[in-house]
Design a protein around this ligand. Sequence first.
Ligand SMILES: [Zn+2]
Length: 399
Amino acid sequence: MIIAHKIALDPNNAQATYLARAAGTARFAYNWALAEWQRQYEAWKADNSQPKSSQAALRRQLNAIKREQFPWMLEVTKNAPQMAIIQLGEAFKNFFAGRAKYPKFRKKGVHDRFTLTNDQFSIDGCRIRIPNLGWVRMRESLRFAGKIMSATVSRVADRWFVSIAVDTVDDSHLPKAENQGAGVDLGVSALATLSTGETIGGPKPHTVLLSRLQRLSRSLSRKQKGSTNRKKARAKLARLHARIANIRSDALHQLTTNLTRRFHAIGIEDLNVRGMVKNRHLSRSIADMGFFEFRRQLEYKAAMRGGQVVVADRWFASSKTCSACGCKLEILALAVREWRCPACGAHHDRDINAAVNLKNMAVSSTVSACGEEGAGRARKSAVKPASVKQEASSRFSQK
Ligand SMILES: [Zn+2]
């Protein structure tokens, strides 16, 4: 399993300049390749004997011209432009598969990053060696053991980070969770409601920071364009955004660590599909980070303890089904927080009932999947919702 550890860097001034230049080169190569991709695609559409766009061809094309047209590219690691184009290829792959939107141009200050392949850097305790740059200090050492795959250096506000991807040899090296299972209902009011009845609240310090965010954005809009004051205000705003994002990210990590530490089988809903409608009701920590990130963290952390995450399919009526008798309601308005089952008379809290249903689903599906050891994360149903397929195939026509 490949997991990434993101570590803050402490570059000196010269190193920070190099990192910014490498990120700028990666951004330039990505945007150059995206524009070329579109141009070549149009040419291919007009005349099918023309070659189709591909990341491998674009990399060769850039290599052939960079010495002459973009000599400054040679000042940083060759990985910066090359990996950026490979990432563009991945972005198109995800787009064609219906998993992502059409690739966008990278923006300065937003997508400042570059990636190194594992032959281009080395790690020694609290430092990382980057080509043409030497050793850069890291705030902590790498937490995971295994084969190092790649490193992505990125800037958030005015700080640099490196995210190191590691292929862990032994996935389940942490102690097994004590409890058999739990269901998790991602919340409207709380971050999550568990089948045990617990509610886990979102991070608190928001209100103060969010009002400061509003004030700073207003102050930025009043500053004259191109002025030093505007630049300062923008940097301040970026730092605050990063801080709020960190608080939310922390809350999500704490939640997923807590769950996987305590429960062996964890049942969740598939919000990728329903999420289109439901996402605006999710707590901000999950809405901002995305359901995919919640699920990703849960799955890799569960795997470290030999646990399982079971994702209910989109037809699973977790809210409308009575967890006591299995009776299914026709309709349950979102505003209804509590209800009584017409069949058995059980009184339900909407979220806890949904979580209990998810727990039952998770526990029963991991028990029945026991015979197939090593099958990995069991899914309740392998059937992909039709709407996603259709969407993907209509997007595919671009190819
Ligand atoms: Zn009932």
